[in-house]
Every structure is written in C-alpha cells, then in structure tokens.
Design a protein around this ligand. Structure first.
Ligand code: KIV
Ligand code: NA
Length: 263
C-alpha cells in the first residue's frame, strides 16, 4: 500500500474512490486502523467524550490533543493523520490559530489540522493555508458549538448556509471538509458544489468519504445509537466476555496452569 498524501487524498475525489477515515487517540488503536488500511486517521476532539468521559468536546485542551496526536502519529505508516484544533485554539485570531496549528503539526508530526467552521472561519483558514499549514474545515453540526445549536444531535438543514460554508472553506484554501449531520440530498449538493473532498458523518451516501468515531464504529459505546451509526463489530461484548473469563479462570485456579509457568 502507498502512503496517503494530501495530493492523493484530493485525487480520490476526482477518481470517484471513496475516502475512509476513522478516529484514533493512541498508539494501540492507530496501529490497528493503519494496518487495516484506512485512508486517514482523525485525532478528533471527540477525545473529550470517548476517552475522557466528558459531556462534550469543549474542555479538550491544546496540550491534550498534542499528547494524543503524537502517540497516533508514532503508530501510523500509511494513513493521513489529521488533528482537531480544540475549542478556543483558533477562534481568537488567525495569528493565534497559526501559532497553535503550528504547534500541533510540529509536536505531533501530523499532516493536517481540522477546525470547525466554514464561512465564519474563512479568514483563519486562509491564514493557515497561506502559512502552508494543511487545514480541513468542518461544517453542519459543529460539536464545539453545541450550546448554540441546543444539543449535539441536531440535524443541520440550512441549505444556503451550508453551501456558503463549503464554498468559503474551499476558496480560503481548505483541502477537505467534514459534513456532520446534514440530510443526504443536501450533502450531495454540497459535494457537487465544490472540488475538494467532503467527508460525511451522518450525511448520507453521496459524500466523497465517510468518517466514524472508532469506538462507536466498533460497538464499544452501545448506549450511543444515532440513526447514522452502524456497528461494524461488537467489541464491547468481546472485551467484557474475555475479562469475565479471566476472572473466572483465576478464581477457579484454571489459569495459570503448568503450561503458563516457568521452571
Ligand atoms: O472529533 C471528531 O471525532 C470529529 C469527527 C466526528 C468528524 O470531529
Ligand atoms: Na471534532
């Protein structure tokens, strides 16, 4: 397999080859997803919820995402690694965004950063692109703005705004856009309106690629059942069953036996 680069990532849209992306937060899982052959790995600020157990992505800090991003990059041979810019690491000014994106790329070795926004962040996307920092946009449902949206699960249906966001992000120099929680027909319109890849989550089958939060994808978070999600494995039950077997065998004296012991 070839190493995924930004030019190859962009070329997949032209070729009509779907782009795959999953989140990872550490060496162990990133190594596994890379070996499985995923095109790209996102060190998402979903970290706050699935790893840290918080209610939202808002508390995640720049130092935390760098710590996790660095572990992921160390594991990856082929996938394109993208790291989320945490809440308030890019909103204050384009200058501050450049400094923080620079820290992320320099200290993790990742290829690109992602921030939430389209039209509203166009100036910042442009500043990052002009500094030759690869940046992905994220429009539709923006989890960092969940307080304004009235919740994390709200489908975004404002067609004019979504098209404007996507076009503004492309024009400002973003290399791709995540579309989160928008109707399928609208995601298709956005995808057709721009020439950079769209990566959907809860955005139907017409995007150029798909991303899922990996613990959700692998059935480790069964309490979370939005309509768009599919469990591609049932790792939670496998992990609980394995752990219960360990407990039973240690308590009964079945494990360890002579074959597991040194002379
Ligand atoms: O943080 C994250 O995992 C994300 C994906 C859902 C796109 O931003
Ligand atoms: Na995110």
């Amino acid at each position: 397999r070839k190493k995924m680069t930004l030019p190859r990532f962009l070329a997949q849209k032209e070729k009509g080859k779907k782009i795959t992306m999953v989140t990872a937060y550490d060496y162990l899982w990133a190594q596994l997803f890379d070996e499985a052959g995923v095109d790209s790995i996102l060190v998402g600020d979903s970290l706050g919820m699935v790893v840290q157990g918080r209610q939202s992505t808002v508390p995640v800090t720049l130092d935390q995402i760098i710590y996790h991003g660095e572990m992921v990059v160390r594991a990856v041979k082929n996938a394109l690694v993208i790291v989320d810019m945490p809440f308030m690491s890019y909103e204050v000014s384009p200058q501050e965004a450049i400094r923080n994106a620079g820290r992320i790329l320099k200290e993790t070795g990742a290829t690109a950063v992602k921030l939430e926004g389209g039209e509203s962040q166009a100036e910042t996307i442009r500043a990052l692109a002009r500094s030759e920092l690869a940046v992905m946009a994220h429009v539709g449902m923006k989890p960092q703005s969940h307080q304004l949206l009235g919740g994390m699960g709200r489908i975004q249906r404002n067609e004019a705004q979504l098209i404007a966001d996507a076009k503004a992000a492309e024009e400002a120099g973003a290399f791709g856009i995540v579309l989160e929680l928008i109707p399928a027909d609208l995601a298709q319109k956005v995808t057709d309106a721009i020439s950079i890849p769209t990566i959907g989550i809860g955005a139907g089958p017409h995007c150029d690629g798909q991303v899922l939060v990996s613990p959700d994808m692998l059935g480790l978070t069964p309490g979370f059942q939005p309509r768009f999600l599919k469990h591609f494995a049932n790792l939670r039950d496998a992990a609980i069953d394995g752990t219960r077997s360990f407990i039973d065998e240690v308590e009964s004296g079945q494990y360890p036996d002579a074959s597991h012991s040194h002379e």
